[in-house]
Design a protein around this ligand. Structure first.
Ligand SMILES: C[S@@+](CC[C@H](N)C(=O)[O-])C[C@H]1O[C@@H](n2cnc3c(N)ncnc32)[C@H](O)[C@@H]1O
Length: 179
């Protein structure tokens, strides 16, 4: 009976841990599902040629894979991740790329973009994609600068994308004249 009780407790503990690690952000935005590294590499050649001139922001950076791939193109990259566990794990993952990458543990909708930003990436969901687009529009206006936006998996309703490759959509968010 004791063994059964302990086993039940252990199972409940494991389930709670999984819910806390992977489930918390469901209430705020997209849950954790990583982009594929090989697809990202192809996309940063074919859809948006990333280079050392770029500063990329990944809105919801998860395990940091996008930042790692971006650093491989010599670009600077900042990840904004709400979940403290993913923020911590991605900082460990990217420790050798500290000069090129940074992870901020914060809600991406409250993060002011730095003036050097050129391109924003997100792998979000249908619920949040329009809010993210609006945030990029307002930052483009504030910085008085056109920005590129890559959305993995989700189109922004009512906005025309410039190009598409595989599951990625490329938008140009122009100051003052967003289509
Ligand atoms: C689908 S994952 C994408 C991870 C990574 N960008 C990639 O492409 O592999 C979405 C991530 O966004 C994070 N997230 C969701 N809502 C957020 C918010 N409001 N602010 C910051 N991060 C958020 C989640 O914790 C999750 O790690």
């Amino acid at each position: 009976m004791d063994d059964f009780f302990r086993l039940t407790q252990t199972i409940i503990f494991i389930i709670m841990t999984i819910v806390i690690i992977f489930g918390v952000t469901v209430f705020f935005g997209a849950p954790y599902v990583p982009s594929l590294s090989s697809e990202l590499t192809k996309m940063f050649k074919k859809l948006y040629p990333l280079s050392k001139k770029d500063l990329l922001i990944d809105m919801g950076s998860g395990d940091g894979i996008v930042l790692k791939v971006a650093a491989g193109f010599d670009a600077q990259a900042i990840g904004i991740e709400l979940h403290p566990v993913f923020s911590f794990l991605s900082r460990i993952r990217l420790r050798k790329l500290k000069s090129k990458t940074k992870v901020v543990c914060r809600n991406y909708l409250d993060f002011p973009f730095p003036p050097e930003i050129t391109v924003v990436y997100t792998f979000s969901d249908s619920r949040d994609i329009n809010k993210i687009y609006q945030k990029i529009e307002s930052e483009a206006k504030r910085l008085n600068k056109d920005l590129y936006f890559i959305s993995n998996g989700f189109e922004v309703s009512g906005k025309k994308y410039e190009k598409t490759y595989s599951s990625f959509y490329l938008y140009k968010v122009s100051v003052g004249k967003n289509k």
